[in-house]
Design a protein around this ligand. Structure first.
Ligand SMILES: Nc1ncnc2c1ncn2[C@@H]1O[C@H](COP(=O)(O)OP(=O)(O)O)[C@@H](O)[C@H]1O
Ligand SMILES: [Mg+2]
Length: 240
C-alpha cells in the first residue's frame, strides 16, 4: 500500500485517508468562441479510497467528460484534479500518461479490446504498454483475473469469438490488471441485456470491493445504482 519512498521517513498518517479522487472547481470547456460547450461547470467531487460512486444524468450532461478529466485522458480547463496525493496539473504530458497507465483503470462503453490479441493477451498487453515485463507474476495475475471473471476457458479466444458480456468482462480484467487506485467505468451495462448487465455489475462490484479500490460508475441503468455506496447526479455539467 505505502509508496516506495515511505520507508525512510515515518509514513504520513494522513495517507490512509487520502481520497482516491479530489476534483475542486473543475470546469471543462470544449471548442472556442461561438462553438464553446461547457461540459463541466465548477465540479467539486471527492471519492474516498474504497468508495464506489454511481454517476447519473441525462445524455450530454457531462458524465463521460467527468470520467475522462478524472482519469487524466483530458486536462481540465480550470480547477484542480488530484488522484491520490498527486495533482494532475503538476504532471507534464509524458508523466501524465505514465500515471494514467499505472494508477487508473478504465472500462469504457465501447470496449476497445485489441482485436488481434486473445483475451489473455489483452490483459497482458497492459503490462507491456507500461514498459513492464510479462513475467510469471503477470501471467498468474492475468489467469487469476480471467478465472474470477469466469473466462478461464475463453482466455485463448479473440474478441471476435466472444459475446458482448464476455468482452465486457475482459475489459474489466484489463482495467484491474495493473492494480489501479481508481477505476472509471462508463455505462458498463449499456450494450448488454438486463440479465447479463446484472451479472457484469455483480462481478465488477465484487472485484472492486475485494480489492478495496475506488470507482466511479456512470450509468443510465436504475439497477446499477444499488451497487454504489453513493449516487451523484450531473445536469448540464453541474453536480446537483
Ligand atoms: N470532444 C468534444 N468536443 C466538443 N464537444 C464535446 C466533446 N465531447 C463531448 N462534447 C459535448 O460536451 C457535452 C457533454 O458530453 P459528454 O461528457 O459526452 O456527456 P454524457 O457522457 O453525459 O452523455 C455534450 O454537450 C457534448 O456534445
Ligand atoms: Mg457518455
Amino acid at each position: 500500500m505505502s509508496s516506495p519512498t515511505a520507508s525512510a521517513a515515518p509514513a504520513e498518517p494522513a495517507s490512509v485517508d487520502t481520497p482516491a479522487l479530489t476534483m475542486a472547481g473543475v470546469s471543462k470547456i470544449y471548442g472556442r468562441d461561438e462553438q464553446q460547450v461547457t461540459a463541466l461547470d465548477e465540479v467539486d467531487l471527492t471519492v474516498a479510497s474504497d468508495e464506489m460512486v454511481v454517476l447519473i444524468g441525462p445524455s450530454g450532461s457531462g458524465k463521460t467528460t467527468l470520467l475522462t478529466v478524472a482519469g487524466a485522458l483530458l486536462r481540465a480547463t480550470s480547477g484542480t484534479v488530484r488522484v491520490g496525493d498527486v495533482d494532475l496539473g503538476d504532471l507534464g504530458d509524458g508523466k501524465l500518461s505514465a500515471f494514467r497507465r499505472d494508477r487508473i483503470g478504465f472500462v469504457f462503453q465501447s470496449v476497445n479490446l485489441v482485436p488481434f490479441l486473445t483475451a489473455r493477451e489483452n490483459l497482458l498487453a497492459v503490462r507491456q504498454f507500461g514498459g513492464g515485463r510479462i513475467d510469471r507474476a503477470a501471467r498468474e495475475r492475468a489467469d487469476q483475473l480471467l478465472d474470477e471473471l469466469g473466462l478461464a476457458d475463453r482466455s485463448k479466444n479473440l474478441p471476435s469469438q466472444l459475446s458482448g458480456g464476455q468482452k465486457q468482462r475482459v475489459a474489466i480484467g484489463r482495467a484491474l490488471m495493473n492494480d489501479p487506485d481508481l477505476v472509471l467505468i462508463d455505462e458498463p451495462t449499456s450494450a448488454l441485456d438486463s440479465k447479463l448487465g446484472q451479472q457484469v455489475m455483480e462481478l465488477l462490484h465484487r472485484e472492486i470491493k475485494q480489492r478495496g479500490v475506488a470507482a466511479i460508475v456512470v450509468t443510465h441503468d436504475e439497477r446499477v445504482i444499488d451497487f454504489g455506496d453513493r449516487t451523484v447526479e450531473i445536469v448540464d455539467g453541474a453536480l446537483q
